[in-house]
Write a protein that binds this ligand. Structure first.
Ligand SMILES: Cc1cc2nc3c(=O)[nH]c(=O)nc-3n(C[C@H](O)[C@H](O)[C@H](O)COP(=O)(O)OP(=O)(O)OC[C@H]3O[C@@H](n4cnc5c(N)ncnc54)[C@H](O)[C@@H]3O)c2cc1C
Length: 272
């Protein structure tokens, strides 16, 4: 079988790596002239790479931690205490520990206590995510934590993260961002640690690319999938011309200068 993956963000490059481990020579098509997608890095000179955006791991992100271990790089991730603050109504408020929440003056005292109790409640009460697929975060927060918790904390955070979709985000998302182990949850909230790669995520992408290529695959950057067509019992990926990323995100805008290549299966990992 000859597979292809569209997109070399974390999802795409890990999918191609897993296929390579199963003996498939997998081709990866990436629109951007680099790897990592939303978690890509930026060369700031002097041999230093930085994440383009703020990127960290939570201790609950077990799969990527296991991947680093699997690749023999367990020490690449550095765990540091979190030091998060909220900027509300012109003031900065520390926002890491339960004590910080109790001192969070933009909300009334009663609202702070109510939110604190509700933060640990869903995982203690519900060990699986199932009850949270059909309720939005907004509905759940308003009901369990109260209106102030939505207006001063969760609403602004979700609007920054999800824009116009903020009100439709399933509560399953918020449930899963907390630590997966209910017994660890209190400890986690008091001593939150965040993981950062010592040498940027690029090291991970390089390793995965090497493994994919060792298995006979190709990781092709600045080479978008401009079209996907049905062939004779296959799927044909038609590549866009180099530099197509300058035309935006819509593959219909990409110039096509080559014939497509046929694959038995294609995994698309593009965001939208
Ligand atoms: C500002 C910001 C901060 C974040 N911070 C964190 C964080 O701290 N911790 C965390 O865990 N997550 C964070 N995230 C989320 C995380 O970055 C994403 O969930 C993750 O990177 C998504 O990976 P992906 O491979 O699924 O998608 P993407 O990274 O979107 O990858 C999709 C890839 O497909 C490519 N592509 C698109 N169209 C085509 C095409 N036609 N042909 C070929 N290639 C194509 C794109 O160029 C891209 O490289 C953050 C996201 C943002 C935007």
């Amino acid at each position: 079988m000859r597979p292809a993956v569209i997109g070399a963000g974390v999802t795409g490059i890990v999918a191609a790596y897993r296929l390579s481990q199963r003996g498939y020579a997998c081709d990866v098509y990436e629109r951007w002239p680099g790897l990592g997608g939303q978690a890509a890095t930026l060369d700031v000179g002097g041999g230093h790479l930085l994440e383009r955006y703020y990127h960290h791991l939570f201790t609950s992100d077990r799969h990527i931690v296991e991947l680093y271990e699997e690749l023999g790089m367990p020490d690449e991730i550095e765990w540091r205490p979190s030091s998060v603050a909220m900027f509300v109504d012109g003031d900065s408020h520390a926002f890491t520990s339960p004590a910080d929440l109790l001192r969070f003056s933009p909300m009334s005292s009663a609202a702070r206590v109510r939110m604190g109790a509700a933060v640990v409640w869903p995982q203690r009460r519900y060990p699986t995510v199932d009850p949270f697929h059909d309720v939005t975060t907004r509905e759940w927060v308003n009901r369990a934590m109260g209106r102030q918790a939505w207006d001063k904390v969760w609403g602004p955070l979700l609007h920054e993260k999800f824009g116009r979709h903020a009100d439709q985000i399933a509560m399953a998302w918020l449930w899963s961002t907390a630590d997966g182990s209910p017994s660890d949850h209190g400890k986690q909230a008091r001593n939150e640690l965040l993981g950062y790669p010592r040498h940027s995520w690029e090291l991970l992408y390089d390793r995965l690319r090497d493994e994919i290529e060792r298995a006979g695959g190709r990781v092709m950057i600045d080479r978008p999938a401009a079209r996907l067509a049905r062939g004779d019992g296959s799927l044909v990926v038609v590549p866009g011309a180099a530099g197509s990323f300058r035309s935006g995100h819509d593959p219909r805008e990409f110039a096509v200068v080559e014939e497509g290549e046929a694959y038995d299966g294609v995994i698309a990992t593009v965001s939208q």
